[in-house]
Design a protein around this ligand. Structure first.
Ligand SMILES: NC(=O)c1ccc[n+]([C@@H]2O[C@H](COP(=O)([O-])OP(=O)(O)OC[C@H]3O[C@@H](n4cnc5c(N)ncnc54)[C@H](OP(=O)(O)O)[C@@H]3O)[C@@H](O)[C@H]2O)c1
Length: 362
């Protein structure tokens, strides 16, 4: 396929959502930066069609993790992307130019919201024709996270997840919406309880389907513990840092899997090397939270998402089988700076968004 962006490619530059220094979304601009090149024989160059933005992308760009991971500038934002391979390294055998692929780029090599991105071939999954680039770009981090969290719950709960009661706060978030659809259609849970803010109440059935959720609670107006009741929930999948305030809803023998709490030091170390003191601090926080949850007779687990292409392939199969499709709340074009800033800001603030925010690379 002819590259529709030859002028940029031939000049060795590309348009990218890239920042010259740590900053928040209100200051993001679309800049011209050097195109990435294949730096290893197993690399591929992708012409990106769409990228989705996750909270961690905006937090890294704001410098929230600079004590552990120093960005190099200009820093190109984003990790989830879908596009077409335009060049392959000498040792790449499983992909060829023209293949449509999607992936989550590694923490050390972002730049998804750019015209081009480079990835090791081992991190790629082929995009089926049934998924648009926008849908594929919406999948990686949020859906992988929720798949891996539900897998953990399934393994930790006696008898697995089937037929059990699950509480998933933030039902219209990227991770929450993915978890609800997977819990219902793949993991066959018995009852799904969620929370949303007041103005999103009517959107739950619209985006997730009529009857998918059994109980929706307005977390701004209602007392969640009172609404759910004491000792009701088998698995709490904490997507909103709310679990410690809601432990009363847990059944004895239940499990809390959090993606918003401090993980173990060694878990962090696997994602990016962490200084000894930080690992000790993480272990202490993890131990304290584990003790708090343990007092309610429940297990505690904290997940840090890793790219597992086998998981991404399972998710792809579920989309083809009609069991899953990511919720895309808003799509904007990279050339529309104001819309890009606004969408990224909602992700950064953790308020107001619905499903995934996707940037189409026009
Ligand atoms: N550990 C990991 O590996 C991992 C992986 C992915 C994500 N995460 C983390 O998980 C969290 C969620 O990620 P995401 O991608 O799902 O975020 P998101 O799509 O940006 O959604 C966040 C949503 O949370 C809702 N919310 C805020 N406060 C709430 C509360 N008190 N109760 C219920 N809902 C509330 C907001 O909805 P309203 O507008 O209705 O308030 C908002 O739309 C983030 O903190 C992210 O950094 C961790």
């Amino acid at each position: 396929m002819a590259d529709p962006r030859p002028s940029h490619a031939s000049s060795g530059t590309m348009r990218s959502l890239a920042i010259p220094a740590y900053t928040t979304p209100k200051n993001y601009t679309i800049n011209s930066i050097t195109m990435p090149t294949l730096s290893s024989p197993t690399d591929v160059l992708i012409r990106v069609s769409a990228a989705s933005i996750n909270p961690v992308d905006t937090k890294v760009a704001a410098g929230s993790f600079s004590f552990m991971h120093t960005a190099t500038f200009p820093y190109a934002i984003g990790h989830d992307c879908s596009g077409t391979i335009v060049a392959v390294g000498d040792e790449v055998t499983e992909f060829v130019t023209g293949d449509e692929v999607f992936t989550m780029l590694p923490v050390t090599r972002g730049g998804a919201a750019s015209e081009y991105a480079v990835s090791d071939a081992s991190r790629l999954v082929k995009k089926p024709p049934s998924l648009s680039h926008i849908q594929a770009a919406a999948i990686p981090m949020a859906t992988l996270t929720s798949t891996q969290a539900l897998d953990r719950g399934n393994a930790l709960l006696e008898g697995g997840l089937e037929g059990k009661t699950i509480f998933i706060p933030a039902g219209l978030s990227g991770t929450g919406s993915a978890a609800i659809l997977l819990a219902r259609n793949v993991f066959k849970v018995g009852k799904i309880i969620t929370t949303v803010s007041t103005n999103k109440l009517p959107l739950v059935a619209q985006y997730l389907g009529e009857g998918t959720v059994d109980q929706v609670i307005d977390y701004q107006e209602k007392d969640v513990v009172k609404e759910v009741g004491q000792g009701v929930v088998d698995l709490y999948y904490d997507t909103a840092a709310t679990c410690m305030a809601h432990l009363g809803i847990m059944k004895k023998g239940g499990t809390v899997v959090s993606i918003t709490s401090m993980c173990r030091g060694e878990t962090m170390d696997k994602l990016m090397p962490a200084p000894w003191l930080i690992k000790k601090f993480l272990d202490l926080a993890y131990g304290f939270n584990s003790w708090r949850v343990g007092r309610w007779g429940c297990k505690w687990d904290v997940l840090l998402t890793v790219l597992d292409t086998a998981d991404l392939e399972r998710i792809t199969r579920w989309t083809e089988e009609g069991k899953y499709m990511p919720v895309v709340g808003k799509t904007v074009k990279l050339s529309n700076g104001d819309e890009v800033r606004m969408g990224c800001d909602a992700v950064y603030q953790g308020k107001g968004g619905v499903g995934k925010f996707v940037i189409e690379i026009d």
